[in-house]
Each structure stands twice: as C-alpha cells, then as structure tokens.
Write a new protein. Structure first.
Length: 57
C-alpha cells in the first residue's frame, strides 16, 4: 500500500511577529561574531534587536 509518508502529511505553520512599538515585521537573522553564530530577532522598521521575537513585548 503506497500511502503518503507521515512527514508529508504534517502542516507547516509560519508565524509572523509584529513589533509592538512601530508595528513592523520582526525577522530572525543569523550573525557570525566572535567565532560564534548568533540568532537575533530584528524589527525591519525600527531596527530594534532582541534575542528572540517574544522579547519585544
């Protein structure tokens, strides 16, 4: 019986984060500094940066 695999049946949910100050979109960026990769969340409109999107609240 050739059915769809379990992984192909899962849904992908993409969540958009909105900055509470300027209502701009928050995107995740990866920065290489001091020999390490760091993920930061940055608002595209006001350029505010935090460690993760929920820290903007």
């Amino acid at each position: 019986m050739a059915g769809a695999s379990k992984n192909s049946r899962t849904t992908v949910a993409t969540q958009k984060f909105i900055c509470p100050d300027c209502s701009g979109e928050i995107v995740m960026k990866t920065i290489f500094e001091n020999g390490r990769l760091r993920n930061i969340a940055e608002c595209q409109k006001c350029k505010r940066t935090e460690r993760r999107p929920k820290d903007f609240k």
